[in-house]
Design a protein around this ligand. Structure first.
Ligand code: EAX
Length: 332
C-alpha cells in the first residue's frame, strides 16, 4: 500500500510539473532586425540575445543587420506584421507609431545613465513598454544607443546660436525634427546610414552617440564635434505582439529574460567603451568642444513642451510620469 501510494504521488507530481510549466521549450526560427552593422550597439545586444536564447532553448535566432530589412521605421512595420519577430530599435523612430515614446527622447531629461536605468527599468519605463502594445509591439527591455552629441562640418558649435541654419540629418522621428527646428537648424529626417549624404554635402550635420561617430567613421566627413548630450537615446527591444502572444508562458518568460540579460550586458559594453570612442575620434582629427554652453540649448529646447507634439494627453501623462520619476531620484 505504501509503495503504491508513493508511486501515485510521484506520478501526480510529474503530471503537475508538466502541466505547470515543465514542458520543453518549443523551437523555431526567430527573425531579428537591426539597422546597424556588426560591432554596433544594437548588434552587441542582438548577438548576446541570440547566444542566450540558443543556449536556453531550441529556438534559432537569425539576425538581419546593416539595413538589409530597410530603415528602423521599416523594420518596425515588419514587426507589426510579424514578418520579423524581434527588433533592437532606437527609441527615436517609435514616436511615429506611439507618441508617448517621444518622452524617452525628451531633451536633457536624464543627467546620466544611472538616472536613465532607474527610470526605464522602473514603473515609468514599464508603463511606456505597455503603451507600445497599442501599435502591436511587445516591449521586452531597454538597451541603449547612448547620449547623443552633435557633429558638423561647417563651424565649431559652442552655443545654440552656432546651430543656426545647419542642414542636419535627424532620425525618422517627429520629436527629433521639431527639436532641431526649435534649436534653429534646418532638419531633414532620414533613415540610417547617412555617410554618403555627409560626404556629398547634402547635409552638414548629424547627431549620434560616440560609438556611432567612431564606428561609422564620421570623423572622415565631419570636422567638429560638440558634446551636447541633448538626448538620451535608448533602444527599445521589442517583439511582434501577435507572435509573442502565440508563445507558451514559459517561452514568453525565456524571451523576456534573455532580452533583459542581453540589454544589461550591452549597456555595460557601451559605457565601458565611451571614453575610448571619444579619444579615437579626437586622434582621428575631430575638433571637440567638451564643455559647450548647454544652458543656451536647454533654454531653446524648453519651448518643445508647449508644442502640439506634447499636447496629446497621453503624452502629457507619460511625460509627467517620467519627470516625476527623475525628480524623485534626485530627492526633489
Ligand atoms: O544607431 O539613426 C540613428 O541616428 C540611430 O542612432 C542609428 O540607429 C544609429
Amino acid at each position: 500500500m505504501k509503495t503504491q501510494g508513493s508511486r501515485f504521488l510521484a506520478a501526480l507530481m510529474v503530471g503537475l510539473f508538466l502541466a505547470w510549466g515543465g514542458e520543453a521549450l518549443a523551437g523555431g526560427v526567430i527573425k531579428l532586425g537591426v539597422v546597424t552593422k556588426p560591432g554596433s550597439a544594437q548588434n552587441v545586444c542582438a548577438e548576446k540575445f541570440k547566444e542566450l536564447v540558443e543556449s536556453r532553448s531550441d529556438y534559432e535566432v537569425k539576425i538581419f543587420h546593416s539595413a538589409s530589412l530597410g530603415t528602423e521605421t521599416e523594420i518596425l512595420q515588419q514587426i507589426q506584421m510579424n514578418s520579423v519577430q524581434i527588433g533592437v530599435i532606437t527609441s527615436g523612430p517609435f514616436d511615429v507609431f506611439v507618441p508617448e515614446a517621444r518622452v524617452i527622447d525628451y531633451p536633457f531629461l536624464f543627467a546620466n545613465s544611472t538616472e536613465a536605468d532607474h527610470v526605464l527599468d522602473g514603473p515609468a519605463g514599464q508603463a511606456l513598454l505597455k503603451a507600445l502594445e497599442r501599435a502591436r509591439f511587445k516591449g521586452l527591455a531597454f538597451s541603449e544607443n547612448g547620449f547623443r552629441h552633435l557633429t558638423n562640418n561647417v563651424r565649431p558649435v559652442h552655443t545654440v546660436d552656432d546651430v543656426k541654419g545647419l542642414k542636419i540629418r535627424v532620425m525618422e522621428s517627429i520629436l527629433h525634427k521639431e527639436l532641431w527646428r526649435v534649436l534653429g537648424a534646418n532638419p531633414t529626417p532620414m533613415g540610417w546610414p547617412i555617410y554618403t549624404e555627409l560626404q556629398q554635402g547634402t547635409i552638414d550635420a548629424q547627431e549620434n552617440p560616440l560609438w556611432v561617430i567612431w564606428n561609422y567613421k564620421l570623423f572622415e566627413v565631419q570636422k567638429y564635434m560638440t558634446l551636447t548630450g541633448h538626448v538620451y537615446s535608448a533602444h527599445i527591444d521589442v517583439a511582434s505582439l501577435d507572435w509573442f502572444n502565440s508563445l507558451s508562458a514559459k517561452d514568453q518568460e525565456m524571451i523576456v529574460q534573455a532580452m533583459k540579460d542581453a540589454a544589461t550586458y550591452q549597456r555595460k559594453w557601451n559605457r565601458d567603451n565611451e571614453a575610448d570612442f571619444l579619444a579615437k575620434s579626437k586622434a582621428a582629427g575631430m575638433i571637440v568642444d567638451e564643455s559647450p554652453d548647454l544652458a543656451s540649448f536647454r533654454a531653446k529646447a524648453a519651448v518643445l513642451k508647449e508644442l502640439d507634439i506634447y499636447k496629446d494627453p497621453k503624452v502629457q501623462d507619460m511625460l509627467k510620469l517620467f519627470l516625476d520619476a527623475v525628480a524623485k531620484l534626485r530627492g526633489n
